[in-house]
Design a protein around this ligand. Structure first.
Ligand SMILES: [Zn+2]
Length: 453
């Protein structure tokens, strides 16, 4: 036993400003976080901690030490389509641009590459876990293992053929295989990911609801994103998308709904009672002019709520600080109440709230002894962050995503002094430029190299 214990890396994060998050505000000045292997073993005043005898000590003086961010909804590999088709309505964007380019380019190799590009971006902005919905999700699992990133992944299921599967039944079988393969994995978790109620038939949704119950797997779906979707749902099924999901047996505590922009107040109590979780994607909703989710009402109703970026082709960022800024500022403006989505609420959605949405709050989302060491360090001695009167306000309203200096996930340092240690950044960038060239050529885009001519 002792041999195994001796092998665990012992890391001390010393003399930091520790923001534990969790359900109540707690700021601990001049505290140290002890890590053994993948776990936090203590959080104590630095005066009580001996900094000798550790494998490594990170000096966190003048730094915020907090839980890493959780992105509750994205399509990571779509980073390869960032900036490829912008300023268009959702339907046109999907049907005329995204789906054709996916059919032409999003093969296994490019999903592996695009996911790695997204991982570089996410880690560099302090993200320690994300929920992914895309294709070739076995590649996403491999990429996350390589990067040391947590993920809740789900193979995108649609009624029609995807880049990975001819038939949705094959995607369902594949999801179940992935779930059993990663059942005991420390980083990778698996969900069913039916794309939306307008792309997946009620029969298939019912089947997914049944299997989700049998195997206790979450279901991650886009819901009530646009007004058009709601109107189409009434036309096709005579009900609002929330009622539609109830009718097919999906409205329960395993459900993770992305967007929830157009959900009238009479549904809110029902969502809370059912234990439905919401991934709020303010930037993507703004960019596609879909509307703005009633997040203040969701929070008042105590619905489980986290933040997502949505895919990098519809945002076009994967940085949570940008999401909470949009969420907080626009909700204040819409409600006329500046106290709404306050600085703590904003950070809560990106940490503990997100962990609850993805069903991992017993593992991550706050700093507590016994929880996984998913920790980020943010140096505070910067012109745009000083002075620090209220650390929640500093982080929520002044922080830039690139202020994150160090990222530790499951006890492993994946970024130190802004250098990503687990992925080959240069190699990924070189490969991405090659794919960019091909996509630009195929769609006759005036990309940067064409632009130079
Ligand atoms: Zn999405």
């Amino acid at each position: 036993m002792s041999t195994i214990k001796n092998k665990l890396r012992r890391l001390l994060i010393d003399k930091g400003l520790v923001i534990t998050m969790g359900d109540r505000p707690e700021v601990l000045h001049h505290h140290s976080v002890g890590i053994e292997g993948d776990k936090i073993v203590f959080i104590k005043p630095s005066s009580e901690v001996n900094s000798e005898g550790w494998d490594e000590v990170y000096d966190a003086r003048d730094m915020a030490v907090m839980p890493g961010f959780i992105n509750c909804h994205t399509h990571a590999a779509m980073s390869l389509m960032r900036g490829f088709a912008d300023d268009k309505p959702l339907k046109e964007w999907l049907e005329d641009y995204i789906w054709p380019s996916e059919a032409a380019f999003m093969n296994r190799e490019n999903v592996a590459l695009g996911t790695r590009l997204a991982l570089l971006e996410m880690i560099s902005a302090g993200t320690v876990m994300f929920a992914d919905m895309y294709f070739f999700e076995d590649e996403v699992a491999k990429a996350c293992h390589e990067a040391g990133m947590r993920v809740l992944l789900g193979e995108g299921l649609l009624d029609f053929k995807t880049p990975h599967f001819q038939r949705p039944e094959d995607g369902i079988a594949f999801t179940l295989d992935l779930a059993s393969e990663y059942a005991h994995d420390p980083l990778v978790k698996v969900a069913f990911a039916p794309h939306a109620a307008y792309t997946v038939s009620p029969t298939l949704l019912k089947k997914i609801a049944e299997l989700s119950g049998q195997h206790n797997l979450p279901v991650h779906i886009h819901l009530a994103e646009t007004r058009q979707e709601v109107e189409d749902c009434y036309r096709a099924f005579g009900s609002h998308p929330v009622d539609h999901l109830f009718n097919v047996g999906l409205l329960n505590h395993r459900l993770i709904t992305a967007h929830m922009v157009h959900v009238p107040a009479e549904y809110h109590a029902r969502l809370r009672e059912a234990g439905v979780r919401i991934a709020h994607n303010p930037s993507a909703n703004l960019k596609l002019a879909s509307g703005f989710a009633p997040v203040h009402e969701y929070l008042q109703e105590k619905i489980i709520l986290g933040l997502g970026t949505d895919g990098p082709a519809s945002n076009n960022n994967l940085a949570l600080p940008i999401e909470w800024r949009h969420s907080s500022l626009i909700t204040k403006m819409l409600t006329g109440q500046p106290e709404t989505i306050n600085a703590f609420d904003a950070l809560y959605m990106a940490t503990t709230g997100g962990a609850k949405v993805l069903g991992v709050d017993h593992i991550t989302g706050s700093l507590q002894p016994g929880k996984a060491a998913d920790i980020i360090l943010i140096p505070l001695n910067k012109p745009h962050l000083l002075p620090v009167y209220n650390i929640y306000a500093t982080l929520a309203y002044s922080m830039h995503p690139t202020d994150v200096d160090t990222v530790i996930i499951n006890g492993k340092t994946v970024m130190r002094h802004r250098r990503i240690l687990t992925l080959d950044t240069e190699k990924i960038i070189t490969q991405v430029k090659k794919v960019e060239e091909k996509i630009a050529h195929y769609f006759h885009l005036n990309n940067r190299r064409n632009g130079k001519k």
